[in-house]
Design a protein around this ligand. Structure first.
Ligand SMILES: Cc1cc2nc3c(=O)[nH]c(=O)nc-3n(C[C@H](O)[C@H](O)[C@H](O)COP(=O)(O)OP(=O)(O)OC[C@H]3O[C@@H](n4cnc5c(N)ncnc54)[C@H](O)[C@@H]3O)c2cc1C
Length: 387
């Protein structure tokens, strides 16, 4: 068992930390309040190779794995810049295209994802289906060699910043008549694709959208993979990287909040000469949150290591547990930090309450805590499925 990062991973962690701190939470909040995006940070991270750490070197990436990408996600979040698009673009889209795309799709999309000049977002959630992906209603029909996509998606992050969206649709299996999943790389400018921004109570430079697909015409090679059989494995390929990197983002956010709060409580004095952190009523909740964040980090490390070793089933269990643990720990850490700062905790200046919406959403998306508990109950505890 090895809990140490390699020297290269250590260097990556230090370098990403330095980049994150150069921009910081103030920059993140300023962009969000102005309705802007963290373009400068994204581009610099791309130039430095951090967005493509998990993409093979032949496509301009770093040739590492999800362990490296999780480091990037965690360290930027720990500097107050939790970038959700790291989870959808390099973690989900790049993995799906690399593992299940055609050669042509890899050549076309991976270099741009690696240097950050291209973003591909991910659309699976639908208003009627919600957590039940078996009910997806977005359908792809053949029209000659082309495909026609029709359906609706909701809460899709970053559509305004991306050139393409990886859409999970269904096609009819001609042999059984049943619908099976298929993934399509859809240009966000495609005729028939409309987006409408959702008003969310999350302070973030990244936005969520409703997507309307009305007979969106796509060429045959928009389908991920050579055949329709690639759909299900391609969909599953994105899940573990998604869970692990979103967990890393949560753990980083938790670290950020605890660090801010600890610095404050160690120096704030309201009862004579002692800092408020001397009082266990203040210090213990922070220490408890720190324990929860550290436990989540351990599980993230395990999940990423298993995933990078190709042990997908075990990585699935560990990744779900890591996501659950990190989602809870991040929410606890930010809430505890706000409390420890008192009134200052609710100001924009101290930069912790600004994360309340994001960490609350982290218990719902990209997979809710309840659906993870369902997964663990079924796959770890051997319980029957209740739904
Ligand atoms: C900030 C944010 C960003 C997002 N970005 C994206 C994105 O980029 N792409 C994308 O495709 N989606 C995205 N989503 C959608 C997200 O993945 C879904 O919100 C999530 O999967 C839950 O689906 P739902 O909202 O339809 O909830 P529902 O399925 O309606 O569930 C509502 C509640 O009921 C619970 N529940 C449902 N079924 C069960 C059950 N069987 N047992 C126990 N509890 C159950 C859920 O856990 C939840 O608490 C995003 C969401 C948010 C908030």
């Amino acid at each position: 068992m090895n809990f140490d990062l390699t020297p290269e991973q250590d260097q990556l962690r230090d370098a990403v930390r330095a980049l994150g701190r150069k921009y910081g939470h103030g920059y993140f909040v300023e962009k969000a309040r102005a309705g802007g995006h963290t373009t400068e940070l994204w581009q610099e991270a791309g130039r430095l190779g951090y967005l493509g750490v998990n993409i093979p070197t032949e496509y301009g990436g770093g040739g590492g794995g999800i362990t490296e990408l999780a480091i990037v996600c965690e360290e930027l979040a720990a500097a107050g810049c939790p970038l959700l698009l790291l989870v959808v673009s390099p973690a989900i889209a790049a993995t799906v295209i690399n593992k299940h795309g055609t050669d042509e799709q890899r050549k076309r999309h991976l270099p741009g994802l690696a240097d950050g000049s291209q973003k591909i977002v991910f659309a699976i959630t639908e208003p009627e289906a919600g957590s039940n992906f078996h009910r997806l209603g977005t359908v792809a029909r053949r029209d000659g060699d082309d495909w026609l996509l029709t359906g609706r998606k909701c809460y899709i992050s970053g559509v305004d910043e991306a050139g393409h969206v990886l859409v999970v649709a269904r096609t009819e299996d001609s042999s059984t008549g049943k619908l099976k999943p298929a993934l399509f790389i859809v240009p966000t400018a495609a005729p028939g694709l409309e987006k409408s921004k959702l008003d969310m109570e999350i302070l973030s430079p990244e936005n969520q959208f409703l997507l309307y697909l009305d007979d969106v015409r796509l060429p045959a090679d928009a389908l991920v993979g050579e055949s329709l059989d690639a759909g299900l494995p391609a969909l599953f390929a994105g899940l573990n990287p998604e869970r692990i990197t979103v967990a890393a983002m949560g753990a980083g956010t938790g670290r950020y909040a605890i660090e801010r709060a600890s610095a404050y409580t160690a120096t704030r004095k309201v009862w004579g000469g002692r800092s408020i952190g001397t009082h266990q009523g203040v210090a213990h909740p922070l220490a408890h949150a720190a324990v929860q964040v550290e436990l989540a980090r351990l599980m993230i490390h395990k999940a990423a290591t298993l995933y990078d070793a190709g042990r997908d089933l075990e990585a699935g269990v560990a990744g779900n547990m890591a996501k659950y643990a990190a989602g809870e720990a991040a929410a606890l850490a930010v809430d505890t930090a706000v409390q420890a700062l008192g009134g200052a905790g609710m100001t924009t200046e101290y930069g912790v309450a600004t994360l309340l919406g994001a960490v609350r959403a982290g218990r719902i998306a990209p997979v809710s805590r309840e659906m993870i508990l369902n997964f663990v109950a079924q796959h770890v505890l051997g319980q029957d499925k209740s739904y």
